[in-house]
Design a protein around this ligand. Structure first.
Ligand SMILES: [Zn+2]
Length: 429
């Protein structure tokens, strides 16, 4: 398998936002993930880009203008409870310092990732700061304010007749499903825990889309405690049918890490290897793919999961022993990439063999209804609205032989064993 051209969004600032001390969503997990990626040297295998910051106008490609205006102008403690409730803010979705900027960075990275794929600048684009699958047109939901996924998919649809959205977060990808429920241009496929009032309550196997979108929403509702073996079996079976019957030209993969065992909010028993096997499976389909983050509430395991998955996407085997980095204390006591699952709360697998096979059969029956996948007539493609990344760079510093943009774009070849790219100008590509 040849190595893919991988781009990776990173912005230092995005790890500095706080939802609040007791809130389970910690943007700091993005800083820890990035340092772990760097400490394994994986940044040398990808083109790193400082993401575009999405504007209110970009967000309004999907969201209601009044809601985005409210997000843009709101500051903590300045809004009445009544006004917060109007847009479903507060509690799960608090107003915190820099909220709009946080959304702009996460969304901009997904949007720019979609553009890079459209322009064939890479085969895979990773944005661990994206994946806010619950956000709705008129308001936030489940820690998600702006649905970067929907906005990125809308961008992909400028060039791609059919986009497959795949969601392996433990929660149902309801915001994305809702956005594309009536169209056959996007198939949404979500694997999630369903039942017993588990958030967001939706995602039964009978939600299959309506009108032109009938048979293009696929839901795989699972019960608690599912393990690697069963999850991988169901994932690969359903994905194989989806590829065969829908034939997508681009994929968006939401890699929520709350489906990993030991998650603060999750109830599945997947290991990093099981979760990663799904990412690897999608990578090997050889279709342009936007890889996004999502949920994940045990910080150290989120960083482990997304670092391991970055290594799979760049085809680099990395050792289990975590290299020295500034966040070393997070990985106590064993300092291993693949933590010992014996420390985690054990949850028995409530999914019987019979149940799993019945779900697979049901998705097959639904998917075969769309085997004549839509051949969309493409119209004039709207102009790209983002300023080219190079043109956004700061003033060149003449004391530095290679600027940050070019440095980030250096990709180490697999047969390069030395570490000194800065001294070697002829390696630019
Ligand atoms: Zn989740």
């Amino acid at each position: 398998m040849s190595t893919k051209r991988v781009s990776y969004a990173f912005c230092e600032e995005v790890g500095n936002f706080h939802y609040g001390s007791f809130h389970p969503m910690k943007p700091h997990r993005l800083a820890v993930t990035h340092h772990l990626v760097m400490s394994y040297g994986l940044h040398k295998k990808m083109k790193i880009f400082r993401p575009y910051k999405a504007s209110a106008l970009d967000m309004c490609r999907f969201h209601d203008t009044e809601y985005i205006k409210f997000l843009q102008n709101t500051v903590p403690n300045s809004v009445s409870i009544h006004d917060q409730r109007q847009f479903n803010l507060g509690d799960d979705c608090p107003i915190f310092d820099g909220l709009f900027d946080f959304c702009a960075l996460c969304t901009g990275a997904s949007l720019e990732g979609a553009q890079k794929l459209n322009q064939n600048l890479c085969d895979i684009c990773i944005n661990w700061s994206g994946g806010f699958h619950h956000a709705k047109k008129y308001g936030p939901s489940g820690f998600c304010y702006v649905n970067d996924i929907v906005i990125a998919i809308l961008e992909l649809l400028k060039y791609h007749p059919r986009v497959l959205y795949v969601d392996i977060d433990i929660h149902h990808g309801d915001g994305v499903q809702e956005a594309f429920y009536t169209t056959d241009r996007v198939m949404t496929l979500s694997f999630h825990k369903y039942g017993e009032n588990f958030f967001p309550l939706s995602g039964s196997m009978y939600e299959i889309g309506i009108d032109s979108g009938r048979y293009y929403s696929i839901n795989v509702p699972l019960k608690e405690g599912i393990d690697d073996q069963n999850y991988i079996h169901i994932f690969k079976s359903v994905m194989t049918y989806a590829m065969e019957f829908y034939r997508p030209t681009a994929i968006v993969l939401q890699c929520g890490a709350d489906s990993i065992a030991g998650d603060r909010l999750g109830l599945f028993q997947l290991t990093l290897k099981g979760h990663g096997e799904c990412v690897k499976f999608v990578k090997e389909l050889n279709i342009p793919t936007l890889v996004l983050g999502g949920g994940g509430y045990t910080l150290r395991n989120v960083a482990r999961c997304w670092t391991y998955e970055t290594s799979l996407l760049v085809d680099e085997e990395i050792p289990n022993k975590i290299p020295m980095n500034i966040y070393m204390e997070f990985f106590k006591p064993d300092y291993l990439l693949h933590p010992n699952n014996e420390h985690f709360r054990k949850i028995d697998n409530a999914n019987s063999k019979h149940y799993i096979e019945a779900i697979i059969q049901h998705t097959y029956d639904t998917l075969k209804m769309c085997q004549h996948s839509p051949a969309v007539q493409m119209f004039d493609i709207p102009a790209n609205v983002l300023i080219d990344e190079k043109d956004r760079s700061e003033e060149p510093n003449l004391d530095i032989r290679i600027n940050q943009h070019d440095y980030d774009n250096l990709v180490e070849k697999n047969n390069e064993f030395y570490d000194d790219e800065k001294e070697s100008d002829d390696k630019k590509n």
